[in-house]
Design a protein around this ligand. Structure first.
Ligand code: HEM
Length: 178
């Protein structure tokens, strides 16, 4: 019987992700062509959808690393975690991160012309979040080669990094304290 970790379901998942990306791109281009009075709000809605998808991945990935660390290299569990991590990174997190950046930069330029202390601080923290993303992506490749040397405790600790950054970013963008 076919398993979800086999190649075919993986190819389906990739196709669905490509479809979602194309749908998102067509929606964005359609919005620019239509140019409604509240275009800014539409783009902000798309930005928040992309942010939620990216954050979901950033929260879940270190949880997978924690369990993967305990799995014996070469075991069925370990191979299953490799598939889960690879798909989460390539199908959800990478596209969501790119969309968050593109739409966020548009919002920052179109209304704020990249001005404002809160915006600079927010962008600085998003750069840190992106560094965390790259760090997780490198860990996925290390796990794929069975070369992870870090403990489950370490990954539990790393689990907190996206949480703390997300809290600060949301406070900055909503409260705009400076
Ligand atoms: C990639 C770089 C990013 C840039 C340049 C950026 C920029 C912006 C800008 C200019 C706004 C509009 C603010 C307003 O109209 O009041 C906005 C909205 C928002 N952003 Fe981002 N953003 C980025 C990434 C993120 C990330 C990573 C998060 C969450 C972790 C986030 C969460 C939000 C939220 C929740 C809003 C809605 C705020 C509101 O309407 O009150 N953004 N973003």
């Amino acid at each position: 019987m076919e398993k979800q970790t086999d190649r075919r379901p993986g190819a389906y998942a990739r196709r669905r992700a490509h479809f979602a990306l194309i749908f998102f791109a067509v929606l964005a281009v359609g919005l620019f062509a239509w140019n409604p009075d509240n275009l800014y709000l539409w783009i902000k809605a798309l930005h928040i959808i992309a942010v939620i998808s990216w954050m979901a991945g950033l929260f879940y990935m270190p949880r997978l690393f924690i369990y993967h660390t305990d799995a014996e290299p070469g075991s069925i569990q370990s191979e299953t975690f490799k598939v889960m991590e690879g798909r989460l990174l390539r199908i959800i997190m990478n596209p969501a991160m790119m969309l968050t950046w593109i739409l966020g930069l548009y919002l920052a330029w179109s209304v704020y012309r990249f001005q404002g202390g809160w915006l600079h601080a927010k962008m600085g923290l998003v750069v840190l979040l992106t560094i965390v993303h790259v760090f997780f992506a490198r860990a996925v490749r290390a796990f794929e080669r069975d070369e992870n040397r870090r403990s489950a405790r370490y990954w539990r600790f790393m689990n907190e990094a996206p949480t703390v950054l997300m809290i600060l970013i949301v406070i900055l963008v909503v409260v705009k304290p400076f």
